[in-house]
Design a protein around this ligand. Structure first.
Ligand SMILES: [Zn+2]
Length: 411
């Protein structure tokens, strides 16, 4: 299993599948279709049924039930694209067998070192096989580790018909990193009662709570006049944007919050005297807290409108995704099953809220409750990203065990 997972993983990371927020095509980049086609071929080759890739690049396949019991159809998902934070082109994966626990020189020429001083969890991987970058790209273990795990688990189940399971659907989806993954996901065509994304980080991660999320874009209109004759005439849009920001709580920002704490995050601020634009993201786990945060943004806008004129402060606020807990809690047994699968494999489950969203945040609200399971990587979205092959094997075993448990516990 270890060799197969490495082989597939290394093949996947070499295809550049970075998504692109500026693109309006679906998927946003051609590399995602390229890898999608490879996945279609592989799914067919291992013997999966109903292998499809739709016009939007969503790859789906079925592992038919091999039991006479009536078992719910469950799904496993991974996303094809990689993060936009760092280039995913020309990824050159480096394999470190029997890792010695010491600092890894990723790139000698550029002096890029993955060290236990900067990343203390690194030393816990001593003795394992790690795959890192060469220091110039991201790795793409997010989420190609999940992709390899699903593929290997399906192949294993096909090779081991003695392991009984119900119907299983798998999907590989584009554009997760830019939040569009679920937009074109055909939940009905997929036909699973619920699913798991294999898109978490280190060993044991199990998540079913995400932020409630909104974005606010505020445009401030000023009045530019020559500074020498500006008295009582100039209105500086930059300063209204700063005034707006001063009304937000200074401690409720990403760099000062963790756990279940929410925040307002000023993502960008551009402006001159005539025109300024602020872009915020608003995050809160709690439903009422989320509403209150949005209300606060509206009220600051109103106060500034009263002062500078309605037309000079324009707020556009849109919801992005919601806390999937609301949809998963009523079917909590799916989380319990993943928990039990990990316990059976001597993996300590680590249940924590996701300070972000996953495809599951939106899919749960589209009628398919979808918690998230670890895929085994660390330091996602950057050049220090790495993955333990042993933990990818464990994630694969979790998929197999979940499939087995659902059959075992069915009537
Ligand atoms: Zn991911």
């Amino acid at each position: 299993m270890k060799n197969e997972i490495m082989e597939r993983f290394i093949k996947y990371v070499q295809v550049d599948t970075q998504s692109d927020e500026a693109s309006s095509t679906v998927p946003t980049t051609p590399g995602q279709l390229e890898l999608g086609n490879i996945l279609v071929e592989e799914l067919k080759a291992i013997g999966m049924e109903d292998v499809t890739m739709d016009a939007n690049g969503y790859v789906m396949a079925t592992l038919p039930s091999n039991t006479t019991k009536k078992v719910a159809t469950i799904g496993f998902l991974a996303h094809i694209d990689t993060a936009t934070d760092m280039t995913g082109k020309n990824v050159s994966p480096q394999i470190h067998e029997n890792f010695d626990g010491e600092a890894i020189v990723l790139n000698k020429d550029l002096g890029i070192i993955l060290s236990p001083e900067a990343f203390p969890e690194l030393s816990t991987y001593k003795g394992q096989t790690l795959i890192t970058t060469d220091g110039t790209t991201l790795l793409g273990a997010d989420d190609k580790a999940g992709m390899a795990e699903i593929m290997v688990a399906m192949n294993y189940l096909l090779q081991h018909p003695e392991i009984k399971h119900g119907p299983i659907r798998v999907a590989f989806t584009p554009d997760e990193e830019i939040g569009r993954g679920p937009h074109h996901f055909d939940v009905e065509a997929f036909g699973a009662e619920f699913a798991y994304t294999m898109d978490g980080g280190p060993l044991g991660e199990l998540e079913y709570e995400s932020f409630n999320a909104a974005a606010a874009r505020i445009t401030f209109k000023g009045n530019s006049v020559h500074p020498g004759t500006a008295k009582d005439k100039m209105i500086n849009a930059n300063k209204i944007a700063m005034e707006f920001h001063s009304h937000l709580p200074a401690d409720e920002v990403p760099e000062k919050t963790d756990g279940y704490e929410g925040f307002y995050h000023l993502v960008s601020l551009n402006g001159d005297v005539e025109l300024a634009k602020s872009h915020y993201i608003i995050r809160d786990f709690d439903h009422d807290g989320f509403i209150a945060r949005k209300l606060r943004v509206s009220e600051i806008t109103k106060a500034l409108q009263a002062k500078y004129g309605d037309e000079n402060i324009v707020l556009e606020m849109t919801d992005q995704y919601y806390n999937m807990k609301e949809k998963i809690e009523p079917v909590k047994e799916i989380v319990d099953m993943a928990y039990k699968a990990m316990k059976n494999l001597n993996i300590e489950p680590d249940i924590r809220p996701i300070r972000g969203g996953t495809d599951g945040s939106q899919l749960s609200f589209k009628g398919m409750p979808t918690p998230n399971i670890f895929s085994g990587g660390e330091n996602y979205h950057g050049k220090f990203e790495y993955v333990s092959v042993e933990n990818m094997v464990k994630a694969t075993q979790v998929i197999i065990e979940i499939a087995r448990l659902f059959e075992q516990e069915a009537e």
